[in-house]
Ligand binder design. Structure first.
Ligand code: AGP
Length: 608
């Protein structure tokens, strides 16, 4: 995700900004920029690419003299990576400059309103809207202008702001995206995250939602959105830099697991308006969706698993035939596609070679291709006919968690959208499902907070040799993901099986003490999976069950039960995956594995 920094004090700002941005590089970015005010002009440099490019452009900051400035590393959400889309962004007469971390969900509406008032935009970003909106409301009082735009923007933001006619004041404001402030010797600093300030101070102020900060060389003031002054206490940070990059978590994977509620929220909230699903980037009318006679979903690894999940939902809800295929298989067979086939390619990185090849093969055959991608401007995002982004933010750990959860959300929305367009789903059911969807983030949070119980259970299986995951329907799909999570980071052999398939061979592997994880969240399939659990437990297996709260009948066939909250039957994968992620994580930690960078694996497999 993006990172912002800002400085005001008695030292040259540019080197401090570049140093602060270098401490935020771990967050992932595709471009960077800084703006420095020397009292008469606001100088700015920004460029696509690594921070090194910016340092060279500014001769390590020497070309931008001045003692107040703001800086930014951009993780593209709206508008591909480019020099123009990089932050900071000016208003038209370059008297206001902004850096932003977050997503302004209503930026298109605000942009159209500003264009009607004569504002001209140079970039594709939502952030540029903020610069012009400030300009529109600015009457010489920065605080007033800031509070006015806060009442009109929807979404998340951490902002750094400079107003040319206020050369001694640096402003910052926060809603949902993190922002901290600290005192340095002879100045003050703002940043998105602790690592950027540790070099200068360990006493930081965590800015809360809708709080505004006014920094001067020798002071800092805090205000509410009603311009009321408030007092804040600083917090002493004891983390070292390494821990700080992980937000205090031991691994990026655990940090990203805990970011799943936000990744899920950020992926669905801009696409639900007045209880309707709005996926503008889909580029398909209801008629287009009615004309599609087959959906082909192609991906690799965890992305493939989300495709397996969504097959059940598309077919049951939208009554449209769905095929799901591994990209590495798809590209070497002669798939039967037509201009009435919608090919959905799913990829976190957007650079997976097999998936990119499948996209190209599909387009060659005249099929329409939709990409579900996390990295804006990646190859798959650029080459797909349309792209639906999962706004999970950059995912550092090789084992995907938050991007996987965001992909599920994108597919739920798509399946419901198709069901409505094809007359298979009425307003009533849509409202119900959207209500269940909105409840997912807090339910995920609750399951994440239950990690102690999972950790204790996992510690009993550090020496396991074979672990089997079984389920039916979407519970089979989540078994695939639970098994992959375990084996890719703990190096324990694991397999996932459709529960009804076990007896056709693999059950011969079940021995005394073999761990079998059974997932049963589909009420109409409970009894079937229960019988499969009895089959394996009578042959000596230890059965872990993951099931819905209230399904206590499971306890007669399971040795250990993890309950997940009630949700729509189509959405249970989003909850069941949490204990399974935690299970794999704690086993890997207990076995001393390199959780974030498992052996033999890469975050993005850009070769065949
Ligand atoms: C999942 O934890 C693995 N990192 C891997 O299976 C991954 O899902 C697969 O390589 C696909 O990557 P992509 O989503 O970037 O295309």
């Amino acid at each position: 995700m993006c990172g912002i920094v800002g400085y005001i004090g008695n030292r040259q700002a540019a080197p401090i900004l570049l140093d602060g941005l270098s401490k935020l590089e771990y967050r992932g970015y595709d471009s960077a920029g800084i703006a420095v005010y020397n009292g008469s002009e606001i100088g700015m440099e920004k460029a696509k690419g690594r921070l090194k490019v910016l340092s060279e452009l500014t001769h390590d900051g020497a070309t931008l003299p001045g003692t107040m400035g703001i800086g930014h590393t951009r993780w593209a959400t709206h508008g591909s990576p480019s020099d123009t889309n990089a932050h900071p962004h000016f208003n038209q007469n370059q008297s206001i400059v902004v850096v932003h971390n977050g997503i302004i969900e209503n930026y298109l509406k605000l942009k159209k309103r500003l264009e009607r008032k004569g504002y001209n935009f140079v970039s594709e970003t939502d952030t540029e809207v903020i610069a012009h909106l400030l300009d529109y409301y600015y009457d010489g009082n920065p605080l007033r202008a800031v509070t006015k735009i806060m009442h009109r923007m929807e979404g998340s933001y951490a902002l750094g702001l400079i107003f040319k006619d206020h050369p001694d004041e640096l402003y910052a404001v926060r809603k949902d995206s993190p922002l901290i402030v600290g005192r340095t010797d002879g100045g003050s600093i703002i940043a998105s995250d602790v690592p950027a300030v540790l070099k200068y101070t360990r006493d930081v102020y965590f800015i809360e939602n809708e709080e505004i900060v006014r920094l001067k060389e020798d002071s800092m003031e805090f205000f509410t959105v009603d311009e009321e002054p408030i007092e804040k206490e600083s917090v002493r940070i004891e983390w070292d830099v390494n821990a700080a990059e992980k937000g205090g978590y031991e691994h990026f994977m655990l940090k990203e697991m805990n970011e799943q509620p936000k990744a899920v929220t950020d992926t669905f909230s801009p696409r639900i308006k007045n209880d309707q699903i709005v996926i503008e980037e889909l580029g398909m009318s209801d008629e287009d969706m009615q004309r599609i006679d087959k959906i082909m979903i192609v991906a690799c690894g965890s992305a493939y698993h989300t495709g397996v999940t969504s097959k059940y939902i598309f077919e049951d809800l939208a009554r449209i035939p769905v095929e799901v295929d591994l990209a590495s298989e798809f590209r070497y067979r002669r798939p039967i596609l037509s201009d009435r086939t919608l090919v959905i390619v799913i990829s976190q990185s957007g650079e997976t070679a097999d998936t990119l090849a499948a996209l190209r093969e599909s387009k060659k055959q005249g099929a329409r291709v939709l990409g579900i991608v996390n990295v804006v401007g990646s190859s798959i995002a650029r080459e797909a006919d349309n792209v639906m982004y999962t706004w999970a933010g950059p995912e550092i750990a090789v084992a995907t968690t938050k991007a996987y959860s965001a992909q599920l959300i994108a597919l739920y929305l798509l399946a419901m959208k198709f069901a409505c367009a094809r007359g298979q789903m009425g307003e009533e059911l849509l409202r119900e499902m959207l209500s269940d969807l909105r409840a997912l983030p807090s339910q995920i949070e609750m399951l994440l907070n239950n990690k102690g119980k999972i950790q204790r259970f996992a510690n009993r299986y550090l020496a396991a040799r074979d672990v089997f995951f079984i389920g039916r329907g979407v519970d089979y799909a989540i078994s695939l993901e639970g098994s992959l999570k375990l084996k890719e980071i703990s190096y324990i052999h694991s397999e996932a099986y459709a529960a009804g398939e076990l007896k056709h061979g693999t059950i011969s592997l079940i021995e005394e003490g073999t761990l079998v994880a059974a997932v049963l969240t589909q009420k109409e399939l409970y009894k079937k999976t229960l019988s499969n659990m009895v089959e394996v437990s009578t042959r000596g297996a230890f059965v872990l069950a993951v099931t819905n709260e209230g399904n206590t009948e499971v306890e007669r066939a399971a040795d250990y039960v993890i309950y997940i909250p009630e949700t729509n039957k189509y959405f249970t994968n989003s909850l069941a995956i949490i204990p399974l992620q935690l299970f794999g994580y704690y086993i890997a930690v207990g076995r001393g594995c390199d959780v974030d960078k498992p052996r033999n694996l890469a975050k993005s497999v850009t070769v065949e």
